[in-house]
Every structure is written in C-alpha cells, then in structure tokens.
Design a protein around this ligand. Structure first.
Ligand SMILES: [Zn+2]
Ligand SMILES: [Zn+2]
Length: 229
C-alpha cells in the first residue's frame, strides 16, 4: 500500500510530530494531555455525553435507529482536532494510521465481522491522494484478525462538512453514494475520524442498509457538536 509510511514506526508524536521517547507511543506528553476523552455515560446510539441512562433525549424519539450502537472516543478539540486537521489539510496520511491504531481496541469490542470507512468523494481523494477513512479502517483490520476490511461504495462530490452547522448538514443528496461491491452479511463497523451531527454516518448507514446490510455499528476518533441538540 502506497500510503504506508516509514514515519509510522519512527517515534514521532502523532500531533506535533516532535520526537517522543516511548518507541511505540502515539503522542508526546503534552499532546497526550490534550486528548479529552468523552466520559461515560454516552448515548448508545449517537455517543453524545449524557447525565444518566443510556439513550439521549433526541435518540429516544427516534423509532428506527440505523446503528445498533456506536462510540466516539475524544472531544473534537485540542489534540484530536489539531491532528485531524493536520492529517487532512496537511495531507499527512500516517496521522490516520495512528488514529487507526488508537481505535483498534475500541473497534474489537463491537464483535463485528467487517470494518469499513465512510467513503470520501473522488474529488477529495484526487486532491489528497488518499482516503483517510480507508487508512483508518485498513489499519484497524490489519491489527485485528476478526475485522475484515471492506470497501463497498464510492461517493460523489460533496463539500467538507466539519465547519458547517447542523441545519446545513441535514441536507445530503439521496444519491450521494454509489455501490461498488455487494454488501456482505454480518455485522459491519463503520469508522470515521470525526462525528459532528451524525448526518453523514446516518446517510451512509441508511444507504448500506438499503443495500442489504444487516447490522451496523459506528466508531469515530472524535466527536464535535457536543452542546447543540
Ligand atoms: Zn506532541
Ligand atoms: Zn443519542
């Protein structure tokens, strides 16, 4: 795979890229302290932090959940936000390998059969030269024998989404995704770098269910939009 960089194995911090002393570490001490873990309880359907119970008020009203469950690990702030931006806009693919490594343990807990990423648009792929969600999901698969990597769809052009507000993001074209291979039976884990409103994950999850997916879970490194709703 072209994007496998030797830098993965050099002791560099995933965020500031300064040398670190722990050979297999992912972060320097400062950047590690800047990771802000989302503390349970989180809503089992959307990973929003809640004060009690297991389902947030918004998901409680939703009768047809697309995902059986899912989790996000860190707040989209400080180190997590910084490294995702550097990876995407600095076009640094190995940052997403690091994210895949960081997510592998959490990915295993869903007992899924397959792992896949939300496809990036062809335009984004051409610009960056890689699909960050492919890198994350392939990295997880390479480190967990129970999770087979699949790529079953591609995506038409769509603008970057993180900076947009909720109402803008609700509208996604119905034919945003195109199926490229049959969707296998079995549980599928969909991974992404950041969950904002969940519109992209829900749209893609819905699309896969329309193409035969039986049971879906999601996992994202970061979660933003924690206050709205
Ligand atoms: Zn650092
Ligand atoms: Zn929820």
């Amino acid at each position: 795979m072209r994007y496998i960089s030797k830098k993965l194995f050099k002791p560099l911090c995933s965020n500031c890229q300064k040398p670190i002393s722990v050979p297999d570490g992912l972060f320097c001490e400062n950047c590690f302290l800047g990771l802000l873990p989302l503390t349970p309880p989180l809503c089992i359907y959307c990973a929003k932090p809640i004060t009690e119970g297991s389902v947030c008020g918004y998901c409680m009203l939703e009768k047809n959940q697309i995902f059986t469950g899912g989790v996000s690990i860190y707040e989209y702030a400080a180190t997590a936000a910084s490294m995702i931006k550097k990876g995407k806009y600095g076009e640094i693919p190995w940052i997403f390998q690091r994210i895949g490594i960081a997510l592998t343990d959490a990915a295993g807990k869903f007992n899924c059969d397959y792992v896949t990423g939300v496809p990036v648009s062809e335009e984004t792929y051409r610009k960056r030269g890689f699909s960050h969600t492919d890198i994350i999901s392939r990295t997880i698969s390479s480190r967990d024998d129970n999770l087979k990597f699949i790529s079953v769809a591609k995506r038409k052009h769509s603008p970057p989404q993180v900076s947009k507000n909720r109402s803008e993001r609700k509208i996604l074209p119905l034919n945003e995704f195109i199926i490229t291979s049959p969707v296998p039976e079995g549980k599928i884990l969909i991974v992404d770098d950041v969950r904002t409103t969940g519109t992209t994950l829900n749209t893609y999850g819905n699309f896969l269910k329309n193409h035969g997916a039986k049971e879906l879970f999601f996992l994202t490194f970061a979660r933003s939009n924690l206050i709205k709703r």
